[in-house]
Write a protein that binds this ligand. Structure first.
Ligand SMILES: Cc1ncc(COP(=O)(O)O)c(C=O)c1O
Length: 372
């Protein structure tokens, strides 16, 4: 059975286990604790009042797709035809659409190792073959054409900023990859879900460098709406109709109430505050944690620190369990994200208030000092 090739999303298991203790410090959860822009709540209430309980068209509300196109103009200076935008139930479903659009059974999908754990599991659903390319300090946790040479890929799927490392492809690195993929006939999928949560740098979309890339983004992180389960994807012109057909079959339409709510998500003043909150949290946690468990990847964006725990363990799963049981700190084992160097890494999420994190750091410092 295909499911036998899938692995659990361990962080979600950890979220459950962490509930066993009343005083758990949460470094595991990859979702913002901030409310969405205030207009979102109002729009959601209004949509309920107006009984917006029917499906929308499968590509999504026209008005929302126009807002998203305006967002590309606002944030990147890129013109995107709203006809190329498909609204999806979370980005998670967009991955399946993207793979169905680009991969045959046996098709080769290039992924960074480590990277977001669900990608290879979506590959298993469509019988594609993931090929993993190691990323570490030697290549700044980023893939370049030189890492891919000699491997015949059908698709390359990157994320920037990355989960779990927080690393970001700058304009030049992204352009090099986009050009390489075009020359080699490789479909490029760019997961840009953490755009907006980039600190002191500018995020670039693959759409700046390619009309052929499939770009995936959504409302779960920067827009603080993870439970509304809504995302989007931009597809090249020749894949609009195939994407629509897949959407019609896979989910009919994204949740209607969430689509109406998302119309009010592009509140740039509020979103700047969200970014600033996470920037402060990153600065705090980086400074506090780095002397204890060195941060191995440049934390330019998202809300994660990728920490080296090789001084303490060769088994990040056992170490994560130990920290939960001994001092009630929930932190995600590196092994959730791949095989390359992940047995000696932990991923810390800075998605909680600084006071909360400071209590965790204090417990950790004491424990590591006294640990036999
Ligand atoms: C890199 C990345 N992509 C996609 C997702 C899925 O998010 P959602 O389905 O809520 O849009 C996540 C969730 O943590 C993620 O980290």
């Amino acid at each position: 059975m295909r499911y036998e090739r899938m692995t659990p999303f361990r962080v979600m298991d950890l979220v459950r286990q962490a509930q066993a203790y009343g005083d758990t410090i949460h470094f595991e959860v990859g979702q913002p604790d901030l409310p969405p822009p205030p207009g979102v709540k109002r729009a959601l209430g209004e949509a309920v009042e107006r009984e917006r309980f029917t499906y929308t068209e499968s590509m999504g509300l026209r008005e929302l797709r126009e807002r998203i196109a305006a967002h590309y103009r606002h944030d990147y200076g890129v013109e995107v035809d709203p006809a190329r935008i498909l609204i999806t139930p979370g980005t998670s479903n967009a991955f399946l659409v993207a793979y169905l659009l680009t991969l045959e059974a046996g098709g080769r999908l290039g992924l960074a190792d480590p990277s977001y754990p669900c990608y290879p599991n979506f590959a298993a659903m469509v019988d594609a073959e993931p090929r993993f390319f190691p990323v570490d300090r030697s290549n700044d946790y980023l893939l370049g054409p030189e890492d891919l040479e000699g491997t015949a890929l059908d698709v390359l799927h990157i994320s920037s900023p990355s989960n779990p490392t927080g690393t970001l492809y700058d304009a030049e690195a992204l352009k090099r990859l986009a050009d390489y993929c075009r020359e080699e006939g490789i479909a490029l999928i760019s997961d840009e879900l953490y755009h907006g949560l980039v600190y002191g740098k500018r995020a670039h979309t693959a759409l700046e460098f390619s009309d052929e890339a499939i770009v995936i983004n959504g409302f779960s992180k920067y827009f603080c709406m993870p439970g509304l389960r809504i995302g989007w994807m931009v597809v090249p012109e020749n894949l609009i109709r195939p994407a629509e057909i897949i959407a019609q079959n896979l989910f009919i339409s994204a949740p209607t109430l969430s689509q109406y709510a998302a119309l009010e998500a592009f509140d740039y003043d509020y979103l700047a505050e969200v970014r600033e909150t996470f920037r402060r949290r990153r600065d705090y946690l980086y400074e506090a944690l780095n002397p204890l468990l060195p941060v191995d990847a440049k934390p330019d964006g998202a809300f994660y620190l990728w920490c080296d725990v090789s001084a303490y363990t060769e088994d990040s799963t056992a170490f994560s369990r130990e920290l939960l049981e001994a001092i009630h700190i929930a932190v995600t084992p590196g092994i959730d994200f791949g095989r390359h160097g992940t047995a000696t890494k932990l991923r810390f999420a800075y998605t909680r208030k600084i006071d909360h994190m400071a209590e965790g750091v204090a417990r950790l410092e004491k424990y590591l000092k006294e640990r036999p």
